[in-house]
Design a protein around this ligand. Structure first.
Ligand SMILES: Cc1ncc(COP(=O)(O)O)c(C=O)c1O
Length: 404
């Protein structure tokens, strides 16, 4: 069986995606995933049939909506092997990391404490730590990468000291696709008494994740990368840790009793969910999790790994292409074409019906390390197939013809 047959037969779900017309090649799933009809239907039903507020209504519709909302929390927990009461809904991974930085970091980080990040982090896993470091006097260290673009855990081991209170790494890089040895990262962090936060934005749609087996302390994800809606994501944190954290935002839905003299708060996770939540978003997220799990994360991972292997081989056949990242990256391939800015690559590919991402991918420190202002990035999903790779390579030959 050749690679093309294998890839096409692995997952046959393109028909589930109404926003991907025939002949259009969507290779930007790392930015945001297209939505299967099942997710669109769940959101339409939530607004068009079942809609009401949650947690507060005394009427039956509201009670039913509350059940659906809480069922979404259970689904998010079970996607990553956590418990329901350990999941806090947030607007996305960005807000979830800010929550940890402001609440946990603001409480437990002291002057002279250290935070270890890596050179490949998304700005969402850099800037919140810079803000809390400025507030608390904590210091940030940056773990280097191996030559093939993995977080260098040998270097991390050598860098970590008792002063480190937190290690925050991407589980999968959004630029290079590199997969972290998360278990080892957790062991290294815990060896010095630090907590480990994993940015699971790119891992959760691509790999089976089990926070208990990894033994991390915080895990964040965004629904829109996992075939779900924008505006919702989740923070998982060990229950004991959540219980030790003060509220991050105040408002309705997070309080026990309010007087002008003193306010008391609900236990976690409610304490961290001030205001009316993204109700339909949670229901869409649940549908997306069900859809993803029905395909199976092992199957998705195998599918995307085969596509990456095929894409890297095909891209190498185009003269002038430089590939970044490891050979076994998870669903994401970044590349450069000699003498052509990635924005020009992206624009010409768009004319050919191929949608890639061109830019710094919210990882400017990584671009500096790679010595480029930007990269072109193709990223895969359940609906991707060999025809997408062929169209990409055809498009790159056109770019080369145009740029001589
Ligand atoms: C690795 C990584 N971390 C964090 C984020 C931020 O996610 P969101 O914008 O959904 O909060 C992204 C999104 O691009 C990402 O790829």
């Amino acid at each position: 069986m050749n690679v093309e047959t294998r890839i096409n037969s692995a997952l046959n779900v393109r028909g589930h995606f109404p926003a991907i017309p025939e002949g259009w090649h969507y290779l930007d799933s790392a930015a945001t995933a297209q939505k299967p009809q099942a997710v669109i239907d769940a959101i339409t039903r939530a607004y068009g049939h079942d809609y009401a507020t949650v947690h507060r209504g005394v009427y039956e519709r509201s009670a039913a909506m509350t059940q659906s909302f809480e069922a979404a929390r259970a689904a998010a927990a079970s996607l990553i092997g956590g418990a329901e009461h350990e999941i806090v809904f947030a607007r996305g991974a960005t807000e979830a990391i800010n929550l940890v930085a402001q609440s946990w970091g603001g409480t437990f980080l002291k002057r002279g404490d250290r935070i270890l990040l890596s050179a490949l982090e998304h700005h969402s896993n850099i800037v919140p730590w810079q803000i809390v470091a400025a507030r608390t006097g904590a210091l940030i260290d940056v773990c280097p990468l191996t030559d093939d673009g993995q977080i260098d855990l040998d270097a991390a081991e050598a860098m970590l000291t008792e002063k480190h209170k937190l290690v925050a790494f991407a589980h999968v890089s959004n630029v290079l696709g590199s997969i972290l040895d998360a278990k080892r990262a957790a062991a290294l962090a815990h060896n010095v008494g630090a907590k480990l936060l994993l940015d699971g934005c790119q891992a959760a749609p691509r790999l089976p994740v089990d926070v208990a087996a990894i033994d991390c302390d915080f895990y964040v994800l965004s629904a829109h990368k996992i075939y779900g809606p924008t505006g919702i994501g989740a923070l998982w944190a060990r229950a004991g840790i959540l219980d030790s954290m003060p509220p991050y935002q105040g408002g309705g839905a997070m309080i026990d009793r309010v007087t002008f003299e003193k306010t008391t708060y609900l236990p976690a996770p409610s304490r961290f969910e001030a205001g009316t939540p993204h109700i339909a978003g949670a229901i869409g997220f649940h549908a997306a999790i069900d859809w993803t799990r029905a395909i199976g994360l092992d199957a998705l991972h195998a599918h995307e790994t085969a596509l990456v292997r095929e894409a890297r081989t095909a891209l190498r056949s185009v003269p002038g292409v430089t590939l970044f990242g490891p050979e076994d990256s998870a669903g994401i391939v970044s590349f450069a074409l000699a003498g052509v800015h990635p924005h020009d690559i992206g624009t010409i590919l768009d004319d050919e019906g191929v949608a890639i991402r061109a830019g710094h991918h919210c990882a400017q420190p990584l671009m500096d390390l790679l010595g480029v202002p930007a990269t072109a990035r193709a990223s895969f999903a359940a609906h991707s197939d060999a025809a997408d790779i062929e169209a990409l390579v055809r498009g790159l030959h056109k770019v080369k013809r145009i740029f001589g």
